[in-house]
Structures are given as structure tokens and as C-alpha cells.
Design a protein. Structure first.
Length: 132
């Protein structure tokens, strides 16, 4: 993706995919730098905000991660990665009421069964989901 992003820097999708590839390779700071540039250039994107939040999470900055996940959810109230990570962060903090609100919204998003099950296990224990 770097080759594509370097050759066609005006193609936002190539730069986005390159940033994701950097993150998958464990190069979180490099990924974050590229995502941040894209965020500042605009237009606003829930997907990019969620990826920035995830990069901050990987860099162990939960407060900044939550800020970007919240921004993603302001742009798209059903952005699945932002919902998942906000529910997870709130559950870890012990704020189960807020975690459940994010989880409830996540349940309304297609193809999120795995994330929902993961959160239910974390919040309620194995085999004890809200709908069981």
C-alpha cells in the first residue's frame, strides 16, 4: 500500500489502507501520524477517527483513544469499532451502565456478533449474556 500511497497521494483510500497496514505491522506511531494527517485534511470520517482511537489504544493512551472513539460516534452513532472499544473501555473502568449502552447500540449493527459475544463474556462472564 505504501507504493500506491506514494504514487497517488491524492487517493485517500490508498493512504488509509497504508495507515491500516502500518498498524497491523505494529508500527502504531507511523500509522497514527498518517491517520492524523488525513483527519486534519478532512473531510471528517468516523472510520478514520475510530482508527486513530485504536492507534492510541495500542499506544496505551486510553483517554485519548476514548476521545477519538467519541468523535467517531458523533459522526456515525453506529460506527462498530468505536462502539466496541468504548463499551470495552467503560466496562474496564467499571462503568457497566455506560458500557451496556454502547453494547446495545453495537447489537444493532450487522456482522458484529463476535464483538457482542466478546463484550458479553467480559461484562457478564462466560455464557451469561443479556439475551440468554
Amino acid at each position: 500500500f505504501q507504493w500506491l500511497a506514494d504514487r497517488w497521494p491524492d487517493r485517500r483510500w490508498y493512504r488509509y489502507r497504508y495507515a491500516v497496514a502500518l498498524g497491523l505491522a505494529g508500527q502504531y506511531r507511523d500509522s497514527l501520524r498518517l491517520l492524523q494527517v488525513m483527519h486534519e485534511e478532512g473531510p471528517a470520517s468516523a472510520l478514520i477517527c475510530a482508527k486513530i482511537g485504536f492507534a492510541h489504544l495500542q499506544l496505551r493512551d486510553a483517554a485519548l483513544a476514548a476521545q477519538y472513539f467519541s468523535e467517531a460516534l458523533l459522526l456515525d452513532a453506529f460506527e462498530p469499532q468505536a462502539l466496541y472499544h468504548m463499551a470495552r473501555l467503560r466496562a474496564i473502568e467499571g462503568d457497566l451502565d455506560r458500557a451496556e449502552k454502547y453494547l446495545e447500540r453495537l447489537r444493532q449493527v450487522d456482522d458484529t456478533e463476535r464483538q457482542v459475544e466478546d463484550l458479553e463474556r467480559m461484562m457478564y462472564g462466560p455464557g451469561i449474556g443479556n439475551n440468554q
